[in-house]
Design a protein around this ligand. Structure first.
Ligand SMILES: C[S@@+](CC[C@H](N)C(=O)[O-])C[C@H]1O[C@@H](n2cnc3c(N)ncnc32)[C@H](O)[C@@H]1O
Length: 262
């Protein structure tokens, strides 16, 4: 597996970081909220979130909210802020996720979490364990990478991962597992080259064409079943990278790289 190492000066220490994330991804959060609302539970959705920080998503529902979060600071803050919500301090990829099945979850939500985990396969299989109607998994920075690779971020205080995943290989894997899914591309608010990608899995395979069309009507770009697997993502990625380089932003990013092993 290719490994890329990148240096980051800042480390996530405060809730402000998450606040800024929400700001930078406003279009995506609008989209997520609308999709969650489409479960027709009328504000009483039961939401199971992973990596939900201090649990702001609990404000969307009165039907029950659980957040599995491995950052102790965020969990402490969330317990204070949202006493009715359930916070579980744990690592989702290493817990026994079967414990949470059978609790009528309308939605499983994980926004920009899976990049920090070792591979998406184990993460998605654990999301299926929870047995929601819909699993919504956001890939921050999209899935335009030609292949999966480990991205190790080094900062003065810590080491963490922001792995890159390839939409093409992911689509092949999802189809191999036999999942009923769609990808949606949501334009990033503050960048004209990064798109967030939202994977929506219809876990119980009961959604109708009308359901997916309703999501389309929110005005985002759908990539249909397997479409991702067929498209020439390598050409598209190179084009995007070239546009990006022309504006000099990539050069700045490259200057911060401290090493690369392919
Ligand atoms: C980039 S932040 C995203 C926060 C929020 N979901 C959002 O979209 O603004 C990633 C969050 O996921 C949490 N996280 C990462 N891997 C996790 C895991 N394996 N289990 C539980 N939480 C995890 C981190 O602690 C962090 O709060």
């Amino acid at each position: 597996m290719p490994v890329r190492e990148t240096y980051k000066r800042v480390w996530i220490k405060d809730e402000g970081f998450y606040g800024r994330m929400l700001n930078r991804h406003q279009a995506m959060w609008k989209f997520l909220k609308a999709v969650v609302a489409m479960t027709n539970a009328g504000g009483n959705q039961r939401i199971f979130e992973v990596g939900g920080g201090s649990g702001g998503v609990s404000e969307w529902t009165t039907g029950g909210y659980t957040n599995v979060e491995r950052n102790v600071g965020m969990v402490d803050l969330g317990r204070e802020k949202y006493p009715k919500a359930q916070f579980i301090l744990d690592d989702f990829v290493h817990m026994d996720t079967r414990l949470h099945a059978g609790k009528n979850w309308n939605t499983f939500l994980a926004g920009s979490v899976v990049e920090h985990c070792a591979g998406y396969q184990a993460f998605i299989l654990r999301a299926l364990d929870v047995d929601p109607n819909l699993a919504i998994i956001v890939f921050f920075r999209g899935l335009l990478w030609p292949e999966d690779r480990i991205v190790r971020m080094v900062s003065p205080d810590a080491v963490y991962f922001e792995n890159h995943y390839s939409g093409r290989s992911m689509a092949a894997w999802l189809e191999g597992v036999g999942l009923h899914y769609e990808f949606f591309t949501v334009k990033h608010d503050q960048s004209d080259w990064i798109n967030d990608v939202v994977l929506v899995i219809d876990v119980h395979k009961e959604k109708t064409v009308e359901f997916w069309n309703e999501i389309d009507s929110l005005g985002y770009t759908r990539r249909g079943y397997g479409e991702w697997a067929r498209e020439n993502w390598e050409a598209k990625r190179l084009q995007i990278r070239q546009d990006h380089t022309e504006r000099g932003v990539a050069a700045q990013l490259a200057a911060r790289d401290i090493g690369r092993q392919e």
